[in-house]
Design a protein around this ligand. Structure first.
Ligand SMILES: [Zn+2]
Ligand SMILES: [Zn+2]
Length: 303
């Protein structure tokens, strides 16, 4: 599977979308791709041969010059289908057009994994997780501030509230693959903060770096595909930080509450899924029972 993005000016996103769809379909790729005036953001899976061809095609596209790919081996596809959409933004920060951040014009300094690790050790540094709350719940950097936000578009307001605490301090931001921090760190700089740095390549690159090997990232990295969580920390500091909601045992596999109106992502260990069902709490369990829904669906238990 491939993870990539490129901020670049695409004059006609609709035409670009049509050509890109044809390319992806010919290569039998699956995944999610967003195309907009400001660039492209994608994550796809396919055979080694076809993903190599796809990379070559994108690298040969002058609009995408300098594009970088994060590559993960997987057993087959990790997406059920191919979705390619045209959107106003390739990650939605939701600022008005005139206030939008163009990372090619304004963004935070880029730190390599080693530089990021070293910066985290400094006194009085502030590490901000640039992802949504449910992502940070599964795994995050030790001592990071994880904003209680459900959506990336909630960040500007949250950060403006925090500006008095952040002023005069060194700020480090990180996200999954780096795309969100490009805008987030640019936003913080425009709000008047000088020392703003982003983890170049995101958590995914940090976990693959041969020197830091994911050090001090706790838990798993949330990903938007069928794997949900992937390993990052390959050092002795690795630990799982999430627990089964029912019995409290260490558990890192997400499931969705079986009550359809809820569907909340929760951690319930396999034995508790058997005995209690995959429910976030008694009210959903009762609601499902009243409707005659089965409490346990064996195929939902991950191996
Ligand atoms: Zn349990
Ligand atoms: Zn529920």
């Amino acid at each position: 599977m491939l993870l990539y993005y490129r901020y670049t000016s695409i004059a006609d996103p609709a035409a670009y979308h049509a050509a890109h769809r044809a390319l992806c379909e010919s290569l039998e790729l699956r995944g999610r791709i967003i195309i907009g005036h400001e660039g492209i953001n994608g994550t796809v899976s396919g055979t080694v041969e076809n993903t190599n061809r796809y990379r070559a095609a994108l690298e040969a596209d002058p609009l995408l010059a300098g594009i970088e790919f994060k590559i993960d081996p997987t057993d087959g596809h990790v997406f059920p289908k191919l979705s390619i959409k045209v959107r106003d933004e390739i990650v939605t920060l939701g600022l008005p057009d005139e206030a939008d951040i163009d990372p090619n014009a304004l963004t935070g300094g880029r730190l390599s994994p080693v530089e990021f690790y070293e910066a985290m050790q400094e006194e009085d540094v502030v590490v901000i997780d640039g992802r949504n709350d449910y992502e940070a719940e599964l795994g995050r950097f030790k001592n990071a501030i994880c904003p209680p936000l459900r959506s990336f578009r909630d960040f500007p307001d949250w950060l403006r509230d925090k500006l008095p605490d952040l002023r005069g301090r060194k700020i480090l931001t990180y996200c999954t693959g780096g795309i969100r921090c490009e805008k987030l760190s640019g936003f913080l700089r425009r709000e008047g903060l000088d020392e703003v740095y982003q983890l170049d390549g995101g958590i995914v690159t940090y976990g693959k770096d041969p020197e830091v090997r994911g050090r001090d990232f706790e838990g798993l990295c949330y990903v938007f595909d069928e794997r949900i969580g992937v390993e990052v920390n390959h050092t002795e500091t690795r630990r799982i930080i999430t627990r089964c909601r029912v019995c409290g045992s260490v558990e890192s596999r997400y499931g969705n509450c079986r009550w359809p109106d809820c569907n909340e992502q929760i951690f319930v260990c396999p034995p508790c899924r058997e005995s209690h069902g995959l429910f976030c709490g008694e009210s959903c369990r009762e609601a499902a029972r009243a409707e005659g829904l089965p409490a346990v669906v064996p195929s939902e238990n991950p191996v």
